[in-house]
Ligand binder design. Sequence first.
Ligand code: ZN
Length: 640
Amino acid sequence: MKDFPYCDIRFADIQLLRYRVPGFEALPLRQKTLVYYLSEAALAGRDILWDQNCRYNLRIRRMLEAAYKHMKAQGTESEELEAFETYLKRVWFSNGIHHHYSMDKFQPGFSRKFLEEKLREMGYPVEEDLMEVVFNPEVLAKRVNQCDGQDLLKTSAMNYYASDVTQAEAEGYYAGIKKADEAHPVMYGLNSRLEHDENNQLVERVWKSGGMYGKTIDRIIHYLEMAQGFAESEEQRQVIETLIEFYRTGDLETFDRYSIQWVYDTACCIDFTNGFTEVYGDPLGLKGSWEGYVNLRDDVATRRTKQLSENAQWFEDHSPVDARFKKTECRGISAKVVEAAILGGDLYPSSAIGINLPNSNWVRQEHGSKSVTLSNLTHAYAEAAKGSGFREEFVIDEATRHLLDTYDDALDDLHTDLHECLGHGSGKLLPGVDPDALGVYGSTIEEARADLFALYYIADAKMLELGLVPDAEAYKSQYYSYMMNGLLTQLVRIESGKQIEEAHMRNRALIARWVMAHGSSAMSLVKADGKTYLHIESYPAVRNLIGQLLAEIQRIKSEGDYEAARRLVENYGVEVDPELHQEILARYRTLNLAPYKGFINPRYHAVRDSSGNITDVRVTYDESYEEQMLRYSKDYSYEC
Ligand code: ZN
């Protein structure tokens, strides 16, 4: 058997890893076939995301890929060609022309003349508007702008709203259709683009079969229908059927019904997500970016998360938040550890390592949610990090390094479990509070809430009692690495001169800086030989502050206190000290590491008999990044 190919593909600020799916080989044919069809459905929606990210993305990708193939066939090498390849690889990685994390538009390292010449050589039309978008840095400069005080729609390049829709118009529109005090509100705006009709009235163009992205959605439906025949249970078959109904009708009540059925379907080994899911790509936090993935349960590791979810009520009862904001009855927080089998849409190539869904507040409150930790992805990350020199550079002393080396891999997984299966699932809104009341700060506050819940409990004696940590010291490694990241090392992901934009990064900065500001004797930044380090004097005092902040963040969420959310995020989560930033970037550069990582998918091959029935599904791991991207563009592009 061939060894698992080591993968160290690097370009720009990216490192690509491969992940294995060890559990796949052992599955019976029926389940392998289910994975196969669900994977096809997860790959089929790729172009929806590209178009959501920016309305020029698909045309630009087609142009770039055509030019790329032409240049490869010519076989001549040049510096400009190299810069062109890097640009294309970045565009592929980000599902568009804006950086997947900073949201800034990429600046090509090759000239407009170079690209135009290549296009003319091959008789490909040179389109003025595309050239402007690619080469003029002023045009569509940012995918999602979060700057307080500007028109967030007018200044964002995302394609969830037509370019002539203002933020005030969109907010007015959604305020108008939301009904007050609705017990079971749908996820308004989740699956549509907002635009003006011919009478200049705002209308939603719905993403459904026969609607916007209809051809792509029809392919997704086709693969879901194929998958249905191999479902593991009647419940799972029903889940897929309701999802198909949602894709056919675009009806958001059907979507909630699907979410509820999906939450209760916990017995199956194979599970999936497919649809309009996370709202980080919309400055107003309403529209779901398309994503899909498939997973298999990792039974050994799942025992760990089972213990957490079985004790969910205990954690809720003992948390430091006000009793009015607690759930009196925690239900159905199901948590498991899984292996990712395929990543698609907004989860590819850059993926989350923990996922908790659905996102509808009332569905979560009344029916619970499903939470997963993706063990084969965290394993790939941990392998890539070994021997990188990172801890030697940034951790304050040998004793602390030893602490991290001993505990941190295991504690990171535990933190993710706590964040996903207890943190997001905890707490409740007061009656009548609009779940979107925190507006642009909603995502950051929600992530902070889940992280604080995890940080608070990772230090609790209950962890030891449940056998989830090896000893009473272990939590310190997580406190140190979390705070070091929030205060110092996550800055390596931000370009010089920029502020913190992304919700998870804002949340980490907010927590770490707030704790330091309120407990300077417990935790501080110190300098040695011109380098800044985190020093933690008292871990119990840090925990105490984490509990206080958790109580306040839960209050903000439960009461929908927009002003307090704005103050916390703006005061602690956004700004970057330029001097410290320069220092961290310089130290990081000496390590020659890539700040962002992503994954190349495995490839599934269906073996069929003469009548077309699948007789085996094989998995291979040897496709290159370029091959995979070009294949996806060829095989999963349906819009024109
Ligand atoms: Zn989260």
